[in-house]
Structure formats: structure tokens, C-alpha cells
Design a protein around this ligand. Structure first.
Ligand SMILES: [Zn+2]
Length: 170
């Protein structure tokens, strides 16, 4: 693919941000890592001092912020690759209640919703495909690439066990 002004600007920008040649190549698409390196040399950009380091200080707070930025970025790129199935609202049982540890059955989505320590904690409860723990929406949420796993709740088995323990105690 030809290097038009726009792509050269993008290359310069990504290079200045400290991305590696292969990262730039995959971001831009249509170019190989070698093509990126070659262009960088021709543009005289190769004298980059060091990979861009966070400008922020070293206090733990700003570090957290940085991690979040990375996650947000990761989420965006993941979302652009895979369309998210439509949101599924939690199932409401015939009794009018939401699905709890007591009413959760094998074929229901075990995605935990809310704070397990609170009374309104429940499970998604929508029907899950045979042999699968989650409905299609939550299966999609559960099997995100590693970057998104921080957003995932605790495994349902553990939540159920904790809830059962609490019930036994009260
Ligand atoms: Zn679900």
C-alpha cells in the first residue's frame, strides 16, 4: 500500500508514541514491519531516544490511572473486532424473583450480578446453551481476551459457595 501523507503522519505519530515497528504495522494495516522500519529510516525518524515511558510520576495513584487507560484502550480495540451480542436482561422467575443460588438450575446462565454480600445479589438466569455455564451474552463477556478479565466477576462456583456459607451462618 502506498504511503500517502495521511499514512506518513500516522506513522510519525505512532512512532513518536513509542510503538514498535510491528505494532505500527498491525495498527496501520497494509504494511509489513519491514516496510515500517524502512519508512522510518527514510523519514529520519529512527533516532527515537527510548520507547515512550509514562510521563506521570511514580506514585501508586497515577500508576492505577495508567493501567485503566490501557484497559480502556484494549477494550476499544477488542470491541471493534468482535461485535458484542445484545445485552440480556436477567431472567425473572414465575414467582417474580430474580435467580438466586437457591433457584439457579443447570441450564441457566450462572453469571453473577450485584454484590454477593447484599440481598439483591442474583444470577442472570437466562437459559444457557446445553453444557454451557452462560447465556450467549455473558459467554461473550466471560471469554474476552486477557486484558478484559479484570472486569470479570468472581467465578460463580465461588460466589455460590460464599452465599451458602453466609446463609448457614445467619
Ligand atoms: Zn446471562
Amino acid at each position: 500500500m502506498a504511503w500517502n501523507d495521511e499514512r506518513v503522519e500516522l506513522l510519525k505519530k505512532l512512532w513518536a508514541e513509542g510503538l514498535s515497528a510491528s505494532q505500527i504495522a498491525s495498527k496501520m494495516g497494509g504494511v509489513t514491519r519491514n516496510a515500517v522500519i524502512g519508512k522510518v529510516h527514510r523519514l529520519g525518524l529512527s533516532g527515537r531516544a527510548a520507547p515512550a515511558k509514562p510521563q506521570r510520576g511514580c506514585d501508586p495513584e497515577s500508576r492505577t490511572e495508567e493501567v485503566e487507560d490501557t484497559q480502556t484502550y484494549a477494550m476499544k480495540s477488542v470491541d471493534s473486532l468482535a461485535a458484542e451480542p445484545e445485552f440480556t436482561a436477567p431472567a425473572v422467575l414465575a414467582s417474580g424473583d430474580l435467580t438466586t443460588v437457591a433457584t439457579l438450575k443447570g441450564n441457566m446462565c450462572k453469571w453473577p450480578i450485584g454484590d454477593p454480600a447484599k440481598d439483591d445479589f442474583h444470577f442472570c438466569g437466562q437459559s444457557a446453551p446445553a453444557g454451557k455455564p452462560y447465556c450467549p451474552y455473558h459467554a461473550h463477556m466471560a471469554f474476552q481476551p486477557a486484558q478484559r478479565r479484570a472486569d470479570r466477576p468472581m467465578p460463580p462456583q465461588r460466589l455460590a459457595r460464599d452465599a451458602a456459607k453466609r446463609r448457614a451462618a445467619s
